[in-house]
Design a protein around this ligand. Structure first.
Ligand SMILES: Nc1ncnc2c1ncn2[C@@H]1O[C@H](COP(=O)(O)OP(=O)(O)OP(=O)(O)O)[C@@H](O)[C@H]1O
Ligand SMILES: [Mg+2]
Length: 350
C-alpha cells in the first residue's frame, strides 16, 4: 500500500498560473521520496496540497488508500517541518514538542513520556526545560523534527528543512534526518532544490519542472540515465553535444562531431543522418596526456574547486566540453594539450 498517492493533481492560481499540472505520485510506506526541481516548479504547492494547506483544483489525493481532498489539515495526521522551523520562542522545548499532543487531549504524564522519547529519537535527550534560543540552529531543527514525529504521523512532510543551516551542518543533518526516517520507518516527502541533498537522502527522486514531473526513479538511475536535457543539466555537470548519426546497430551509434566520431549508446532507434544530442557527464571524461586518449584538445579554462577542478576543453571546430577531474595530481594549466577518453556507455543519445 502507498502512504500517499496523487492522481492527476492540478493546482491553478487564478486564470494564468498552473503551479502543478496533472501530476501522479506514489509514496510507498516507509520510503523517502524527494521532490527536486528549480524555484517555482511547484514543489511547495504539491506538499501544501498533501498537507491540506491548499486544495487541488482537480485530481485526487489519497493517504493510506483514503481520499483526503476534503479532509481538513488537523484530521490528516501528518508531521510537517518547513524551512523556517517556527518553534514557539516563549515556550520550552517540552511545550513545543508536546504541542500536537496537548491539542489532541493526550494526558500530561503520557505527553511527558512521548516528548522524552521523541527527543531521544532526534538525539537531544534532556533538553525539555530549555528555550529554543538556548539551542543552536541544527538543534532547533531537530526539535522541529521531534515535534513533527511525536504525534506518530502517517506521513512526514519536509519542505527545505535544511536551507537555513550552514553548509557543514546541512551535511550532518542530511545523514541525521535520513537515519531518523529509517529508524522510525515513516513515509517521507522531502522537498529541495539541492541535487546533492536529493541524491544523498532519497530512495526515490522526482524531478519536477514547470509544474510537471520530468523523470523519477532511484537517485543513481535518474543521475546516470537522464531522459531529458533538463534532468541532465539540473543534476550535475553535463555536456550536450550535437552531431549527425553515421551508423546505428543494436543500440550502439556512431555520431560525427565536426571531424571527430563519437561512439555512443542509444535507447531509442535513430536514423543515419539524423541530428542527435549526446549527453556526457563531465566526470565521465578522462583527461589524458597526448597520445593516450583519442579526442585531442586543449585546456581552455580551469575552475579550481578544492577536491576537483572543472575544465573547459576546446576540441577545435568550435566544440568545447566540460570535464571534472580529481586533484590528486597537479591541475592542468590553460593551453596544455590533452586527449579525452570517454567510455561509450557514458555517451548517451537523448
Ligand atoms: N498563493 C499563490 N498565489 C499565486 N501563485 C502562487 C501561489 N503559490 C505559488 N504560486 C506560484 O506557483 C508556482 C509554484 O510555486 P511553488 O511555491 O510551489 O514553487 P517551489 O517549487 O516550491 O519553488 P521554491 O524552490 O522557490 O520554493 C510559482 O510560479 C508560484 O509563483
Ligand atoms: Mg518551495
Amino acid at each position: 500500500m502507498n502512504a500517499v498517492e496523487l492522481r492527476q493533481v492540478t493546482k491553478r492560481f487564478g486564470q494564468s498560473v498552473v503551479a502543478v499540472d496533472a501530476i501522479d505520485l506514489d509514496v510507498p510506506q516507509g520510503s523517502f521520496v524527494t521532490l527536486l526541481g528549480p524555484s517555482g516548479c511547484g514543489k511547495t504547492t504539491t506538499l501544501r496540497m498533501i498537507a491540506g494547506l491548499e486544495t487541488p483544483s482537480s485530481g485526487e489525493i489519497r493517504i493510506k488508500d483514503k481520499r483526503i481532498n476534503e479532509l481538513p489539515i488537523h484530521k490528516r495526521n501528518l508531521g510537517i517541518v518547513f524551512q523556517n522551523y517556527a518553534l514557539f520562542p516563549h515556550k520550552t522545548v517540552a511545550a513545543n514538542v508536546g504541542f500536537g499532543l496537548k491539542y489532541r487531549n493526550v494526558a500530561p504524564d503520557e505527553i511527558g513520556r512521548r516528548v522524552a522519547r521523541a527527543l531521544d529519537m532526534v538525539r537531544l535527550p534532556g533538553v525539555e526545560e530549555r528555550y529554543p534560543t538556548q539551542l543552536s540552529g541544527g538543534q532547533q531543527q531537530r526539535i522541529a523534527l521531534a515535534r513533527a514525529l511525536v504525534i506518530e504521523p502517517d506521513v512526514l512532510l519536509l519542505d527545505e528543512p535544511l536551507s537555513a543551516l550552514d553548509a557543514n551542518l546541512r551535511e550532518e543533518m542530511r545523514v541525521e534526518i535520513k537515519n531518523i526516517q529509517h529508524r522510525v520507518g515513516i513515509a517521507t516527502v522531502f522537498v529541495t532544490h539541492d541535487q546533492g541533498e536529493a541524491l544523498a537522502m532519497s530512495d526515490h527522486v522526482v524531478v519536477m519542472n514547470k509544474g510537471h514531473i520530468e523523470q523519477e526513479g532511484p537517485p543513481a538511475e535518474v543521475y546516470e540515465r537522464p531522459q531529458s536535457a533538463f534532468v541532465a543539466s539540473f543534476l550535475g555537470n553535463a555536456n550536450f553535444l550535437s552531431g549527425q548519426v553515421r551508423s546505428c546497430v543494436d543500440g550502439h551509434a556512431q555520431v560525427a562531431l565536426g571531424n571527430h566520431v563519437l561512439n555512443a549508446t542509444t535507447e531509442r532507434p535513430v536514423q543515419v543522418g539524423e541530428t542527435v544530442t549526446v549527453v556526457i557527464r563531465a566526470e565521465k571524461i578522462d583527461l589524458l596526456p597526448p597520445g593516450q586518449g583519442w579526442l585531442p584538445g586543449s585546456v581552455a579554462d580551469v575552475d579550481y574547486l578544492g577536491a576537483l577542478a572543472r575544465y573547459q576543453i576546446a576540441l577545435g571546430d568550435g566544440i568545447k566540453v566540460l570535464g571534472l577531474a580529481s586533484l590528486k595530481d597537479k591541475p592542468l594549466a590553460v593551453g596544455e594539450p590533452v586527449e579525452l577518453r570517454i567510455d561509450p556507455r557514458h555517451c548517451r543519445v537523448l
